[in-house]
Design a protein around this ligand. Structure first.
Ligand code: PBG
Ligand code: ZN
Length: 323
């Protein structure tokens, strides 16, 4: 192996074109999924504090936005719903006439080619804000599975291409896959939020979706942040239960988990660049402390370099202009 002065790694860094030639990782808009929030009403576009540039939109406005996204080259969205009412058992999540179900039907019509992925969880729809059914202060696992599977099925019936269970109950992927297949929806994909950590980086999202738990926290079902091997076990179990893809969430503080999953599993790996990751760069940029475009591109490139195939990011729309 030759060394200095024969070897000079700066040679390929000399110009833009030379750097581009040896670039190992590239961002492609088609690898991105853009989160959308559907809310009741007509003509509603309510900007979200903590998620600058992102808004809750009523279905009519959401459809206009979807057309705009397709014009920009964004081909996939992840749908979240903000219901009119919440109750103990999250009925709005699996109501055929629920906010996400109605949004799906309209989006199918107005933006036919757009890939529609839905977040499957109860927390946006439960009065207590937990992701499953609560009894005497405990989040029940097996009882929640049936409701989560019903939610996924109702999304499939309304036109979802893929459902993404984010609740972290044990056995949910099998329950969802089983119900979908039993009802003729074997073509609908399941993207498992397999390694979803009990993270502080969901703050702005919880504000936006009104899903902060009324008591306790999500540590009895979401992963403990120090654990990597346990995350790999989650991925393995989910793939065994029929997941088509696994997700690591958040992304930036868990790049090691993304890399380890990439090494271990051939399945597509999604990474969720969550609200807090977005908000901290937005806030620093607003204070003039860093350049948003550069910081965002560097972050998203790091997530891809770590091994993510698909990135869910609030920057997807801005990215369309930057790339
Ligand atoms: C619901 C859900 C959450 C996010 C996605 N789905 C919040 C949570 O688990 O508290 C977080 C998304 C984000 O922060 O951008 N289970
Ligand atoms: Zn949830």
């Amino acid at each position: 192996m030759s060394t200095f002065p024969v070897t000079r790694l700066r040679r390929f860094r000399r110009t833009n074109a030379l750097r581009a030639l040896v670039r190992e990782t590239r961002l492609d808009l088609t690898d991105f999924v853009y989160p959308l929030f559907a809310c009741p009403g007509v003509g509603v576009e309510e900007p979200l504090e903590g998620l600058p540039g992102i808004a809750r939109r009523s279905i009519d406005v959401l459809c206009d936005e979807a057309e705009e996204l397709q014009r920009l080259g964004i081909e996939a969205v992840l749908l979240f719903g903000i219901p009119e009412e919440k109750d103990e058992v999250g009925s709005g999540a699996y109501d055929d006439d629920g906010i996400v179900q109605r949004a799906l039907r309209s989006l199918r019509e107005r933006a036919p080619g757009l890939v529609l992925v839905t977040d499957v969880c109860l927390c946006e729809y439960t009065s207590h804000g937990h992701c499953g059914v609560v009894q005497e202060g405990e989040v029940l696992n097996d009882v929640s599975l049936e409701l989560l599977a019903r939610t996924a099925l109702s999304h499939a019936e309304a036109g979802a291409d893929a459902v993404a269970p984010s609740d972290m109950m044990d056995g949910r992927i099998g329950a969802v896959r089983g119900l979908l297949d039993g009802d003729g929806f074997e073509h609908v994909s399941v993207v498992a939020y397999s390694a979803k950590y009990a993270s502080s980086f969901y703050g702005p999202f919880r504000e936006a979706a009104g899903t902060a738990p009324a008591f306790g926290d999500r540590k009895t079902y979401q992963l403990d942040p120090p654990n990597l091997r346990e995350a790999l076990r989650e991925c393995e179990l989910d793939l065994g239960e029929g997941a088509d893809a696994v997700m690591i969430k958040p992304a930036l503080p868990y790049l090691d988990v993304i890399a380890a999953a990439r090494e271990r599993f051939p399945a597509p790996i999604f990474a969720f660049n969550v609200s807090g990751e977005y908000a901290m760069i937005k806030a620093a940029a607003a204070s003039g402390w860093l350049d948003e475009r550069q910081a965002a591109l560097e972050t998203l490139t790091a997530i891809k370099r770590a091994g993510a195939d698909v990135i869910i990011s609030y920057w997807a729309k801005e990215l369309a202009r930057w790339l």
